[in-house]
Every structure is written in structure tokens, then in C-alpha cells.
Design a protein around this ligand. Structure first.
Ligand SMILES: Nc1ncnc2c1ncn2[C@@H]1O[C@H](COP(=O)(O)OP(=O)(O)OP(=O)(O)O)[C@@H](O)[C@H]1O
Ligand SMILES: [Mg+2]
Length: 590
């Protein structure tokens, strides 16, 4: 039973070991719940006594019903009062649990591998998190403060009826309620299928619309608005059908519930009427039975809804807990130490890798970047150049071989210390939808304003930023789309400069820049990468002529290596690429 797993996983959040205050709150909530229910149970009793006194069955004085009326009033007020107090106590517990679980899921999502994130759709993911954390509060408050109190109240009423009238009333009420609950559980179970269809249709429609909007520009480029609308409409149609089925099943559930309660009510009223005729019961008793059933009817009527909700919430929570139990793929080894860099030497030792075992991407790659030196990787698109940097960051585990930093296998050190030591200007920079200052400052969240501006100057973007009306406070738009490709790249360079790691990776860091700006930045990058171990992935060969070693990668294999001069004299692939690019530049120059 996976549902019990969810409840078990929830328990430490509801009854937190280290948080005594919340335990008091929960205990208080329980006490208040009992007081509220007992008070409510008094209401019909006081009512009955009033009726009996007024109808003169016991011939008492008129002063006594006044007493009952007051008791009746107090019972009603205290019933609501304690119920509200209970809610106030409990909201502390449920919201705390929601928050803690939300944080845990958030952390887990960041701990899951890049592979996981590339395969999952963000829209569906955030929906399932939102549902999951909201489900926590729903399950807790419903189970503890709706289901439990209903059961308690029913027991209380059955006992009162038994003691006051006869055991048959207790039997009748228990039978009615049992039928009601069993029917509800069965019907809700049957309905779950429709609910799930509805949720799936909803998530699907959501994904489609988010993906379509994320690709706004692409949609326009291809004039595919109608195509997108049709796709969206298809998934909305599925949603429509699912919603209709869901409503019909709900109607069946409601009608069945009302029928059961009504039959119970009729039977018990008939029993009470007969009791009066036989002279065994008073009019007050008749009123009492009626009042109790009607009083129970309300929460019971709610029960179907609550049960459905709890069931759904348990499913949502289950999805969330599944997420928490997912294999993280890349994990720190138990007892992994921090990476300790003294020189900053990078070694790829016979590395083999493929994203999918059926398709190897890198084959037997061996090279080393001595401390403080620069190695450049060149090669055709898809050769596996960016893959090298992803492996260096340990976004994926190498299939074979090893990557060593100052002799330490990156699999044996903590991911946090590894990533702290490396900085990358990635091929495609994505920025946070925040200000330029925030995005540059992201390289070092403790950096001062001056440090951020210094980094911006080194990345050759300070002048541009101050020329903007809002300067450093300019917001860059979703994913940074309000900046040009070259501006984004320079923001990425600035934040890497700010991070100031020992090892630098530039993955076509200046590919989106014009030759002039590129030269300017190159000079700065030279400055920045001095005394840093640097891996440069480049397309334009003129930017890497100074590299200490140049590696030519083709389809995941190293085909040539050496410095610029060596490679030219080898007259192989590199020399051909070089001549080709020279010719192109000459043509442009003229
Ligand atoms: N997450 C992934 N899952 C599966 N295959 C991938 C993934 N990322 C990249 N690939 C594949 O791996 C190969 C190497 O990709 P990589 O990004 O390393 O190329 P690259 O040399 O950097 O090319 P470019 O010059 O175009 O940036 C490509 O054929 C690509 O399709
Ligand atoms: Mg690449």
C-alpha cells in the first residue's frame, strides 16, 4: 500500500521531534477538537430537554427551560469556538509541514541529474510539486480534523442514543453511517479513474501551452499559430471529455449518498414515532433523534468530498514522494572529501562516454592541461566538445576512464567543492529573469557593487550597461531574452570572472560577438585566464592560436594535437580548417 507509505513519510513533519512548540500546538488542537465535539453533542440534548419541559411531560416550572436554553446557547457557541481554536492551533503544524516538505522537494530537484531535467517537462514538474505540497496540508487537516472527528461524533451520538433511548437506535445509526461510508469509499474509488484522466489532461494541456509560449519566436518564424492552436485544442478537448465524465460520476456519488441517509432518517423517525405511540418515548426524544441525524448529516455529506479529496491528495503526495525517492544518479560518495586544489592540473584519462549506452560520444579521450596552461578543443559541430565540459562538471558520470584534478578523481570528491573550483562560460547562456546586477552577481553572491562592476569592465560590458536607462538594474527578461546573444555572453563572462575559480572553461564564449568585440574581449580573457588552467572550446581558430595545446576532435576521437605551429606543419585537418577560415575572413575584409 503506497498510501500508507505517504502517511508514514508525513509523520515526522506532523509530530516533529525537534520542535516541541509544534507538538504542543498539535496536542492543543486535539483537545479542542474533543471539547468542540462534546459541546456539539450537547446541543440536541439541551434541545430535547427544552421540548420535554415545554410540552409539560414532566410538569416542571417555566424557569427550568430558561436554564436549558442558556445551556443550549453555550453548547452551540463553544462548539464553534473550540472548532475555530483547533484550526488556529493546527494551521501552525500543517503549514510548517508544507514548508519543510516544499524545501525538501526543491532541494531534491536541484540534486537530480541533468539527464532527469532534460527528460522532464518543467511545466508538469512544477504542477506536480505544487499539487504535492498543497496535498500535505489537505491530507493532514482532513484526516485529523474531519475524518477523525466524524468518527468520534458518530460514536458519541450512538452511545448517547443507546443510553437514553434504546440500543436499536444506536444500531440504526451505526448501520446507516456504515452503509454510507462504505458506499462512499467504493464510489470514490470508482471515480478516481476519471479524476486521474482529468489531471492528466490538465497537465498535458498545461505542458503544451507552456512549451508553445516558450517557443513564441519559433512559432512566429514559421507562422504556425494555427497549428499550435489546433494542438492546444486537441488537448483541451481531452480535458473537456474528462471533465464531463468526472461530473457524471460525481452526480452518481451524491445521489447515492443522499438516498442512504434519507432511508436511515425515515427508519429512525418511524421508530421514534412508534415509541411515542407506545408511550415509551417523549416528543423530546423524537426531536432528539431527528436533531442528531440532521447534525450528523452535515459532516457526513462532506465526508464523500473529503474522502475523495484525501484520496486525491494522497495520490498527489505519492507523486511528490516518488520524486523524493528518485535515484539522483550523480551523488557524493559516502565520506567524499572536498576537492583540494594546489596547482589546478586537469587530466582526462582514457575517458569514454555516451549519453545513451547505445551511442558512444567520446572515445578514449586522453589529454592533460598542466596548471595555469590553456588547452583548446576544436572540431565539427556534434564532435563532443561541450560534452567534455559537462563531464568535467560531473553532470554525467564517465562510462570508462577518469577525470582527475590535481590527481583527485572527480567522482571521489564532493560535487559542491568540484563545481566551486571550475567556472564556465557556456555555449548557450541562460539568465535569470532579474536585473543585470543580479545576474552578474550570481557568480559570487557575496560580491560588492564595486566587484560586480570590475567584473563587468573586464567582460567589456560595463559601458553598455551604464548606457542603459536603468543601468545595472535593467531586467533581462525571461531566460535573458531581452539581451542580444553577445551581451548575454558577456554577462556570462562577467559572472565567471566574479566567481574567480582556479579552472576556467570557455565553450565558444565569444562566438556570438563580432570580430572587433571578440578581439577586445579576448585580450581581457587572456588577462583573466593567466595563472588559471583553461579549457577553451572554439570555433574561430584565430582566438586560440596562443593555446599551449590544440586538440582536434572528430566524432568523439582525438585526430590531431599539438600547438598551432605543429598543427599547421602537419598539414592535416587543422591546417585545412585554418586556411578555410583565413580565406573567409579575407573575403569579408575586402
Ligand atoms: N543530453 C543529451 N542526450 C543525448 N545526446 C546528447 C545530449 N547532449 C548532447 N548529445 C549529443 O552528443 C553529441 C555531442 O554533443 P556536444 O554538445 O558535445 O557537441 P559539440 O561538439 O559541443 O557541438 P557544437 O559545436 O555544435 O556545440 C551530439 O551529437 C549531441 O546530439
Ligand atoms: Mg557545444
Amino acid at each position: 500500500m503506497t498510501r500508507f507509505r505517504s502517511l508514514k513519510m508525513l509523520l515526522p513533519y506532523v509530530w516533529p521531534k525537534e520542535n516541541l512548540k509544534l507538538r504542543y500546538y498539535l496536542s492543543a488542537a486535539f483537545v479542542f477538537m474533543i471539547v468542540a465535539k462534546v459541546s456539539t453533542a450537547f446541543v440536541p440534548l439541551a434541545y430535547k430537554s427544552m421540548v420535554d419541559t415545554l410540552s409539560g411531560e414532566h410538569g416542571q416550572l417555566i424557569a427550568i427551560p430558561l436554564g436549558f436554553i442558556v445551556i443550549y446557547g453555550i453548547a452551540r457557541i463553544s462548539g464553534s469556538l473550540f472548532e475555530e481554536l483547533r484550526n488556529v492551533m493546527f494551521v501552525h503544524v500543517s503549514q510548517n509541514a508544507t514548508r519543510l516538505l516544499g524545501i525538501r522537494v526543491f532541494k531534491q530537484l536541484h540534486a537530480l541529474s541533468l539527464r532527469f531535467h532534460l527528460e522532464r517537462q518543467t511545466g508538469g514538474l512544477s504542477l506536480s510539486i505544487e499539487r504535492g505540497t498543497q496535498a500535505v496540508a489537505a491530507v493532514l487537516s482532513r484526516l485529523l480534523f474531519s475524518v477523525l472527528p466524524i468518527l468520534f461524533e458518530i460514536t458519541l451520538v450512538a452511545v448517547i442514543l443507546w443510553r437514553l433511548l434504546s440500543v436499536w437506535f444506536a444500531v440504526a445509526i451505526v448501520v446507516t453511517v456504515t452503509c454510507y461510508i462504505l458506499f462512499t469509499i467504493a464510489a470514490v474509488g470508482w471515480r478516481t479513474r476519471f479524476r486521474r484522466e482529468l489531471n492528466q489532461a490538465n497537465a498535458d494541456a498545461n505542458n503544451k501551452s507552456i512549451d508553445s509560449l516558450l517557443n513564441y519566436e519559433t512559432v512566429k518564424y514559421f507562422g504556425n499559430e494555427d497549428f499550435e492552436a489546433r494542438r492546444f485544442d486537441q488537448s483541451r478537448q481531452l480535458y473537456e471529455f474528462a471533465a464531463i465524465k468526472n461530473q457524471i460520476s460525481f452526480t452518481v456519488l451524491s445521489l447515492g449518498q443522499t438516498a442512504i441517509i434519507s432511508v436511515g432518517l425515515v427508519v429512525m423517525m418511524a421508530m421514534a414515532a412508534q415509541g411515542i405511540l407506545r408511550g415509551q418515548m417523549t416528543v423530546g426524544d423524537f426531536v432528539l433523534v431527528n436533531a442528531y441525524l440532521l447534525q450528523l448529516y452535515q459532516p457526513l455529506n462532506f465526508f464523500g468530498f473529503i474522502y475523495g479529496e484525501v484520496r486525491q491528495a494522497l495520490i498527489d503526495m505519492d507523486n511528490m514522494f516518488d520524486l523524493l525517492e528518485l535515484d539522483r544518479e550523480i551523488e557524493d560518495r559516502p565520506g567524499a572529501k572536498s576537492l583540494h586544489l594546489t596547482k589546478g592540473e586537469v587530466v582526462f584519462d582514457q575517458v569514454n562516454f555516451g549519453y545513451d549506452p547505445r551511442r558512444p560520444i567520446l572515445k578514449d579521450i586522453s589529454f592533460s592541461i598542466p596548471a595555469g596552461k590553456t588547452v583548446a578543443i576544436v572540431g565539427a559541430s556534434g564532435a563532443g566538445k561541450s560534452t567534455l565540459s559537462r563531464l568535467l562538471f560531473r553532470f554525467y558520470e564517465v562510462t570508462d576512464g577518469a577525470i582527475l584534478l590535481d590527481g583527485q578523481d572527480i567522482r571521489h570528491v564532493t560535487q559542491a567543492s568540484l563545481r566551486q573550483a571550475i567556472g564556465i562560460v557556456p555555449q548557450d547562456t541562460v539568465l535569470f529573469n532579474d536585473s543585470l546586477r543580479y545576474n552578474i552577481g550570481y557568480g559570487n553572491t557575496d560580491a560588492s557593487k564595486e566587484e560586480i562592476e570590475r567584473a563587468a569592465k573586464l567582460a567589456y560590458i560595463h559601458d553598455f550597461i551604464v548606457s542603459l536607462p536603468d543601468g545595472y538594474d535593467t531586467r533581462v527578461g525571461e531566460r535573458g531574452l531581452k539581451l542580444s546573444g553577445g551581451e548575454k555572453q558577456r554577462v556570462a563572462i562577467a559572472r565567471t570572472i566574479l566567481k574567480n575559480p582556479m579552472i576556467l572553461v570557455f565553450d565558444e564564449a565569444t562566438s556570438a560577438l563580432d570580430t572587433h568585440t571578440e578581439r577586445e574581449i579576448q585580450a581581457h580573457l587572456h588577462e583573466v585566464s593567466r595563472n588559471h588552467t583553461t579549457l577553451v572550446i572554439a570555433h574561430r581558430l584565430s582566438t586560440i592560436v596562443d593555446a599551449d595545446e590544440i586538440i582536434v576532435l572528430d566524432a568523439g576521437v582525438i585526430v590531431e594535437r599539438g600547438d598551432h605551429g605543429d598543427l599547421l606543419s602537419q598539414n592535416g585537418r587543422y591546417a585545412a580548417m585554418w586556411q578555410h577560415q583565413r580565406r573567409e575572413e579575407d573575403e569579408k575584409g575586402e
